[in-house]
Design a protein around this ligand. Structure first.
Ligand code: GTP
Ligand code: MG
Length: 203
């Protein structure tokens, strides 16, 4: 799938403000600075679609982008951003959990993790929460360009091993670099396939 038409729809402070849930939707979540906004821009080939910043905490609202007038990509605020107040964090968490639980057209969430890091508790906890709420998710390893191939491979293998301690089956995994534009085709193919299922179910 080649993405040629993208449109920023709106930023919402809560679920009620989100666009009508009448199109397939895919969310991008992960720790602050992991590269969510960069990945959305790389996938769409539109550098200025989602706001990117080297300062964590840039994305603060639920941002909807409409692709080909057919489906949504959603850029969510970063998890675990240390420099916000406890009250602000509680507010974000409520907004995000509410969104996941009640967004009826959400077909999959891409949980982004930095390919250089070991599995982080905050990510493993979120996966467990997705699991207990039967919410589908995939894992996207980001910034793979920052590692040598052998070290990258070793890290991914170690990550999978850790996942298999909690899960019987591995979720779908994607290895990406927004910088080098790798791993993007696979994500778009996954989305394209999932969109097909959505249309089929609606009939
Ligand atoms: P928040 O909105 O703050 O939660 O961050 P985010 O997850 O949206 O991260 P963002 O896309 O803003 O990227 C954070 C930083 O990482 C920026 O400086 C990006 O240029 C850099 N970055 C993102 N993806 C990649 C990548 O694949 N490779 C490299 N080398 N840098 C990347
Ligand atoms: Mg962002």
């Amino acid at each position: 799938m080649q993405i040629t038409k993208t449109e920023f729809v709106k930023s919402s402070a809560n679920l009620n403000q989100c666009p009508k849930p009448d199109k397939p939707e895919y969310a991008f979540i992960g720790r602050s600075n992991v590269g969510k906004s960069s990945l959305i821009n790389a996938l769409t080939g539109n550098k200025s679609l989602a706001k990117i910043s080297s300062t964590p905490g840039k994305t603060q609202l639920i941002n909807h982008f409409l692709i080909h007038d057919e489906w949504y990509m959603v850029d969510l605020p970063g998890l675990g951003y240390a420099k916000i107040s406890k009250t602000q964090r509680k507010k974000w968490e409520k907004m995000i959990y509410d969104y996941f639980l009640r967004r009826l057209n959400l077909l999959n969430t891409f949980l982004l993790v930095d390919s250089r890091h070991e599995p982080q508790k905050i990510d493993l906890d979120l996966m467990a929460w997705f699991g207990s709420n039967q919410l589908p998710f995939s894992i996207v390893f980001t910034k793979s360009d920052k590692m040598k191939p052998a070290a990258l491979k070793a890290n991914i293998e170690a990550y999978k091993k850790r996942l298999l301690e909690d899960w019987e089956e591995l979720p779908e995994l994607f290895i990406t670099s927004a910088e080098k534009k790798t791993g993007l085709k696979e994500i778009k193919e996954f989305i394209s396939k999932t969109n097909g299922i959505f249309h089929f179910n609606k009939l």
